[in-house]
Design a protein around this ligand. Structure first.
Ligand code: BES
Ligand code: MN
Ligand code: ZN
Length: 498
């Protein structure tokens, strides 16, 4: 692992060695207080260096000036925050990522006063979060430690010079759990499938107990008793037993119905008997990104002691071809009592979710259920890696998810469900079939799930495009994104607390 980023706050004053980070607008000007502290030579240096480097002070652009004569610092790092038009929805997390990209393995003092923007404790905590996420790398299995990923470079230290260090520190501490949650989700998705089977995944989730989360694990015996034939049908081709993990955070009023999050946790999806082609099949170790997000979310909520009752439930199975594997043509009976004809064993995620969704609404009577799943390749065709697909039977919940998406940058795009798609999954031999072919593949998958939510307000997020392999950004240089943890934390924070 790259060494973790250390964040500290101090009152403005000495620079403290290492790099000095300052902010300018698109006019290349520092705020007066910083200009005064650093002197006119530094302001002049910025203007001349900017001309030479064609640095325009655009939001998140960064320029490094080495060994500045007029400043007691190794480097002057000039960070652009753009102009008026960039202020409304300023992305502090991305800004933090951009800064961390320049100071990896170093020590930096950040003069946090910036033009046109209020560097509140909240904003700085977001900035630090972005820096932490940028710093993340998954190198547990690399035996050579200096691979240019920041390994072997020593710790990165960011010291913010702010007027009220104590207040900033308090908010920062509360935000640490968010970073921990996202890192946990990324680690789970990045882990190879030989290491992370259903049982091992469940053991990792049990670590949440340390943060006050109740964790309960169902094994296959328990699932059989409950009649979860849909999930068990997927699991029967694997040597490794399935698990369901129920996590409960009770931070809200006693007796208040919980909100619920459900994750698809296929630790490896070979396709089963309807086996996938070989190219890129290794990516299917990430077919548990929905479950990983739910675990990361529970970690984040518990760390900040969210004032809400929350249930997280994940279905952990492996989808393998085997002498005992389920076949196309098989008919299985779900916990709900509804029967399902298997058309394609590669449409396994919906079978897993069918039983977990039914179980959760039946046992917990939640205010809503949101499921996350790397469910269909079709959602990649429709939305690429920019948006997760959002399917819902409830406009209010869908609206709240969209708003949380805009606020966090983890964006969702509403896609249709409804009777037309529902009809497409009717089966000749059973109550429904698990695949309706190529047309509207993401919507027919959602229609399938909807048959198991029993009219509870529900939203399904198809994260096949956003959960892993996303384009590199200022806050993600790796494969797993940890997508959804910030989105759902925001959903809870803005609508379901207090
Ligand atoms: N896990 C896959 C979907 C997927 C594809 C996730 C690419 C991430 C990246 C899912 O289980 C699957 O195989 N879906 C099939 C459904 C089809 C057989 C109806 C698909 O999308 O092709
Ligand atoms: Mn599949
Ligand atoms: Zn799958």
């Amino acid at each position: 692992m790259a060494e973790p980023l250390k964040v500290d706050f101090q009152a403005p004053g000495a620079l403290g060695g290492g790099d000095c980070v300052v902010f300018v607008g698109d006019d290349l000007k520092l705020v007066p207080a910083v200009a005064k502290q650093l002197g006119p030579k530094v302001a002049d240096l910025i203007v001349r260096a900017a001309a030479a480097e064609q640095f325009k002070g655009k939001a998140r652009s960064v320029m490094a000036v080495a060994a500045p004569a007029s400043l007691a610092a190794d480097r002057l790092i000039v960070v652009g925050v753009g102009g008026e038009k960039d202020r409304a929805a300023f992305d502090w997390v991305q800004l933090g990522g951009a800064i961390a990209g320049k100071v990896t393995g170093r020590q930096a003092t950040i003069l946090a006063d910036m033009p046109g923007l209020q560097a509140t404790p909240d904003a700085l905590a977001d900035l630090a979060l972005g820096a932490r996420l940028r710093q993340y790398s998954f190198d547990r299995y690399k035996t050579k430690k200096d691979d240019g990923n920041g390994n072997g470079q020593g710790a990165t230290r960011l010291t913010f010079a702010v007027a009220d260090p104590a207040a900033a520190k308090r908010v920062q501490k509360a935000r640490d759990g968010m970073a921990a949650g996202i890192v946990m989700a990324r680690d789970l998705v990045n882990e190879p499938p030989n290491v992370l089977g259903p049982e091992e995944f469940a053991v990792r989730a049990e670590a949440l107990r340390k943060s006050g989360v109740e964790v309960e694990i169902l094994d296959e015996r328990a699932m059989r008793k409950l009649g979860m034939g849909a999930l068990l049908g997927v699991s029967q081709g694997s040597r490794r037993e399935a698990r369901i993990v129920i996590m409960r955070w009770n931070g809200g009023k006693a007796g208040q119905a919980p909100v619920a999050f459900v994750g698809k946790g296929v630790v490896f999806d070979s396709g089963g008997i309807s086996i996938k082609p070989g190219g890129g099949m290794e990516d299917m170790k990430g077919d548990m990104a929905g479950a990983a997000c739910v675990v990361g979310l529970m970690q984040a909520l518990a760390s900040r002691k969210a004032k809400a009752n929350v249930v997280g439930a994940i279905g952990l199975v492996e989808n393998m071809p085997d002498g005992n594997a389920q076949r196309p043509g098989d008919i299985v009976k779900s916990m709900s009592g509804q029967t399902i004809e298997i058309i394609n064993t590669d449409a396994e995620g919906r079978l897993v979710l069918a039983d977990v969704l039914w179980y959760v609404q039946d046992r917990f009577k939640p205010r809503f259920m949101v499921d996350l799943a790397t469910l269909t390749g079709a959602i990649l065709v429709a939305l690429g890696q920019e948006y997760a697909g959002l399917f819902s039977n409830d406009d209010e919940l869908a609206g709240r998810l969209s708003a949380a998406g805009e606020a966090t940058g983890e964006k969702v795009w509403r896609m249709p469900v409804g009777p037309g798609f529902d009809k497409m999954i009717d089966s000749k031999f059973a109550d429904m079939k698990n695949s309706a072919g190529r047309h509207a593949g993401s919507s027919t998958a959602a229609a399938f799930l909807q048959r198991f939510v029993n009219d509870v307000p529900w939203a399904h997020l198809d994260i096949a495009g956003t959960g892993f392999g996303s384009p590199q950004s200022e806050i993600n240089r790796g494969w797993a994104s940890g997508w959804g943890v910030r989105l759902l934390d925001r959903l809870v924070r803005d609508n379901y607390e207090g």
